[in-house]
Ligand binder design. Structure first.
Ligand SMILES: C[S@@+](CC[C@H](N)C(=O)[O-])C[C@H]1O[C@@H](n2cnc3c(N)ncnc32)[C@H](O)[C@@H]1O
Length: 443
């Protein structure tokens, strides 16, 4: 029997294959082989993945996907030449089967190579089409609310085609519902989760983030290890729609809440997940976030990354995103040079950090050189994955990368560099442009 719905799951660019694999796993793991037979993997396109399935598959993707940004339900697709064609497509759809004029609405539109002159006008035409349709069947038009709408519709234009999607997620899925304080430059949760997957991390491998900040990598890793669903703390857009599979949703939600309760009582010494950061303030935020994410206490230390030692004898994986350029400066300096997270100098000394004066004067190159030395000298047998927008990072660390994967952190184009810290991983060539050979996907 063909699956009844077409879905599209947008994600950070570079994570499309990781997301496709994750969605296939979710269908089997959370719905069982029989129920998941309706799942069909679709095309991977830049910035997202198509798939087909029934409501439980769409709901399970919302609750369990760590990598998707949203789950969109395709409503209609047709060629267009002008704004009138777009209006007509929107006005023909049976929106009343999904929501009423009592719900507030927001319409967003994205376009690639569209010949239309004003995308703003095209967005208005989609909105008019939906509102006119609802008025014709119910006598009332929905109000627009761009801040906290009940229902979101996304229109996507190519050069010749227009697709209308109903958003089933509401707030984007990287908003897990546990982050209280964003910290200085938190990584989006779905990018962190995608990196864990690219790194092939599994819970039996020790994990260490030595610049853990607000704890995003740690929260994602620990939730994976303990079986806590990323969406257990939040609500979803589909819960406001007139139709979804309410019974299947209740069962899924109860199972996720049970798993979260069980996770809190688990012993953490079997987790092998560790974090450190030089800033005591950031560690306080991380601890609060981890607790709110339904996790038991996880060992976090205040430590300068140059002073780190393996937190466990078995080699594992280090994953980090160090401060970069104008977004945040290495060690306690904000974009305008002001100090951050340096409330207490005695706290910093305890952390093994060099003195404040020395830190503020030390250029980033010296920092990364010393950090690279710490990795080479003390982490033999470990693999390190570093997300950065700085293509020269391997040169700065004086390490040769074994792979690099292009990834987007919002609009910032980054590389995920992989370093295999085997004896002799020291670069044999002088630091140049940071490009490597082995296993490197194209730019
Ligand atoms: C880009 S943020 C990491 C964000 C983190 N992944 C998150 O999700 O919140 C970089 C972190 O490096 C920390 N940091 C800066 N200099 C450091 C140093 N010398 N040693 C250890 N951590 C440092 C900062 O305090 C900050 O939390």
């Amino acid at each position: 029997m063909p699956s009844p719905f077409d879905f599209f799951a947008p994600c950070p660019r570079g994570l499309e294959s990781a997301l496709a694999a994750e969605l296939a796993e979710i269908a089997v793991r959370h719905l069982g082989q029989a129920a998941a037979t309706g799942f069909e993997r679709g095309a991977e396109v830049p910035g997202g993945v198509h798939f087909r399935g029934n409501w439980p598959i769409g709901m399970a993707a919302n609750l369990h996907s760590r990598i998707a940004s949203r789950i969109l339900l395709k409503i209609a697709e047709r060629p267009y030449r002008n704004e009138q064609d777009i209006y007509a497509l929107a006005a023909e759809q049976r929106w009343e089967q999904w929501f009423s004029a009592n719900e507030t609405l927001r319409v967003d539109l994205t376009a690639i190579k569209s010949p239309l002159r004003s995308l703003e006008f095209a967005t208005l035409r989609v909105k008019d089409g939906i509102c006119d349709r609802l008025r014709s069947v119910s006598g009332a038009r929905p109000s627009i609310d761009t801040a906290q709408p009940d229902v979101r519709v996304f229109a996507f234009l190519t050069a010749t085609g227009c697709t209308l999607y109903l958003d089933t997620s509401g707030e984007p899925l990287f908003k897990r519902g546990w982050r209280l304080d964003k910290g200085a430059a938190p990584l989006r949760e779905n990018l962190a989760a995608g990196i864990l997957r690219i790194a092939n991390w599994t819970p039996d491998t020790p994990f260490y983030d030595p610049m853990c900040g607000s704890g995003t990598f740690i929260a994602e890793a620990a939730q994976i290890a303990l079986g806590v669903a990323p969406g257990v703390e939040r609500r979803f857009g589909f819960e406001k729609l007139k139709q979804y599979d309410v019974a299947a949703w209740q069962t899924m939600k109860v199972a996720a809440l049970d798993a979260k309760r069980a996770a809190r009582t688990r012993k953490t010494d079997a987790l092998h997940i560790f974090g450190s950061d030089i800033s005591g303030d950031m560690l306080d935020k991380a601890r609060t976030n981890l607790e709110r994410a339904g996790l038991p206490p996880i060992p976090l230390k205040q430590l300068d990354a140059r002073a780190i030692t393996p937190p466990i004898a078995t080699p594992g994986i280090l994953i980090l995103n160090p401060p970069y350029g104008e977004r945040i400066a290495v060690r306690g300096r904000g974009p305008r040079g002001e100090e951050r997270g340096m409330r207490d100098a005695s706290r910093d000394r305890e952390a093994g950090a060099p003195q404040r004066r020395e830190l503020l004067d030390a250029p980033d190159t010296e920092f990364f050189q010393a950090f690279g030395d710490a990795l080479k000298q003390r982490f033999t047998g470990w693999r390190a994955f570093v997300l950065t927008a700085d293509r020269k990072l391997p040169g700065l660390l004086r390490l040769r990368e074994s792979a690099k994967t292009p990834l987007f952190n919002g609009a910032l184009e980054c590389r995920l560099f992989r370093f295999d810290l085997v004896a002799g991983s020291v670069k044999s060539r002088p630091a140049t442009d940071g490009t490597g050979q082995a296993g490197t996907p194209g730019n």
